[in-house]
Design a protein around this ligand. Structure first.
Ligand SMILES: NC(=O)c1ccc[n+]([C@@H]2O[C@H](COP(=O)([O-])OP(=O)(O)OC[C@H]3O[C@@H](n4cnc5c(N)ncnc54)[C@H](OP(=O)(O)O)[C@@H]3O)[C@@H](O)[C@H]2O)c1
Length: 298
């Protein structure tokens, strides 16, 4: 398959490119800089120059493809609403090209958009996120629903915390805060959880979704349903040689700042339905193992 990939030079894209090439696909990746284009070419992909917000270029990239994986996103969380609305436009533009064809479109979302399952347990694939007026990043799934209604073979990939020994997503902020404050905090008993997946497992699920995903499906790339924040704090404390302590919900804003709302949430998520539908069994290292193996001196 000739795959048009946005975000090809990001954390996940950098693992996705060799995985797709290894499975016999061709990869044309959207690159917004010379540096990104060189990086992708070195990895064996074909750079396609353009910014993801240049919808003409996005459409052109999709036109020449047999399928699209959209994994680009601007993670400047201070502007999350603006970037989420831009993502909506990108998905709509991709949808215009792919509507009426059987060419798959995989879009990337997060399990953390939904706090608890309607049934009260870990979030499941059929749980709908809140509206984007409330949670801006939900614009991505709203756009997926909109293009699905127009006949696009769209699949939503919801990611939990994706990790290797160098990238830890949200936990990188916990580590930065710990360094700044000279202590590692968690809220209450710290039994609230973060779901996780090793990046190698996540990209394998992207490929399966591209090759054999069900039209309109939501998949959860979840290997670990939930890792307690207390356990994560303990590993950070050991890595940085800092004390670890519980703080109250009231004190959370003073320590976590913009992350305070998130830090106390239990975001456990299940992938049972995904595993029933696709032949996916995670095999990568778990989150705490990768965290322990980080280069803490760096
Ligand atoms: N990592 C996680 O734990 C996690 C969890 C949940 C959801 N997700 C979602 O998974 C997707 C991939 O995440 P990631 O961790 O790989 O993110 P990342 O490392 O920040 O990579 C983002 C990618 O988007 C590209 N990009 C951003 N703005 C662009 C623009 N204006 N034009 C063209 N390309 C642009 C970047 O290009 P450059 O290479 O040029 O910078 C990069 O390739 C995102 O949708 C993210 O929200 C990730």
């Amino acid at each position: 398959m000739r795959v048009f990939l946005t975000g090809a030079t990001g954390f996940i894209g950098s693992y996705l490119v060799p995985d797709l090439l290894g499975a016999g696909h061709e990869v044309r990746g959207l690159c917004r800089s010379d540096e990104a284009a060189e990086k992708l070419a070195r990895a064996g992909g074909e750079p396609f120059r353009g910014d993801v917000n240049d919808l003409g270029r996005v459409r052109a990239g999709a036109e020449a493809s047999d399928g699209v994986i959209h994994a680009a996103f601007n993670h400047d969380f201070a502007q999350i609403r603006q970037h989420s609305e831009s993502d909506r436009k990108v998905i709509e533009a991709l949808g215009e090209v792919l509507a009426g064809s059987k060419r798959p479109l995989i879009v990337t979302s997060g399990t953390g958009l939904v706090e608890r399952s309607a049934a009260g347990g870990p979030v499941v694939e059929t749980d709908a996120p809140p509206p984007s007026e409330k949670v801006p990043r939900a614009a991505t799934e709203e756009a997926a629903d909109a293009v699905f209604a127009k006949g696009v073979h769209v699949v939503v990939m919801r990611l939990p915390q994706v990790h290797d020994t160098r990238h830890q997503g949200r936990i990188a902020h916990h580590i930065r805060l710990a360094r700044e404050k000279g202590r590692v905090a968690y809220i209450g008993d710290g039994q609230n959880r973060l779901p996780a997946v090793h990046v190698s497992d996540a990209v394998r699920l992207f490929r399966l979704a591209l090759q054999q995903g069900r039209v309109g499906a939501r998949y959860h790339a979840v290997a670990e349903e939930g890792v307690p924040l207390r356990d994560i704090a303990d590993v950070i404390g050991a890595g940085l040689n800092l004390p670890v302590e519980s703080i109250t919900h009231e004190a959370a804003a003073g320590y976590f700042g913009m992350l305070a709302g998130l830090a106390g949430l239990d975001l456990a998520a299940s992938s049972a339905l995904t595993r029933q539908e696709l032949p996916w069994t995670p095999t990568g290292p778990d989150l705490l193992t990768d965290l322990r193996q980080m280069d803490w001196a760096a």
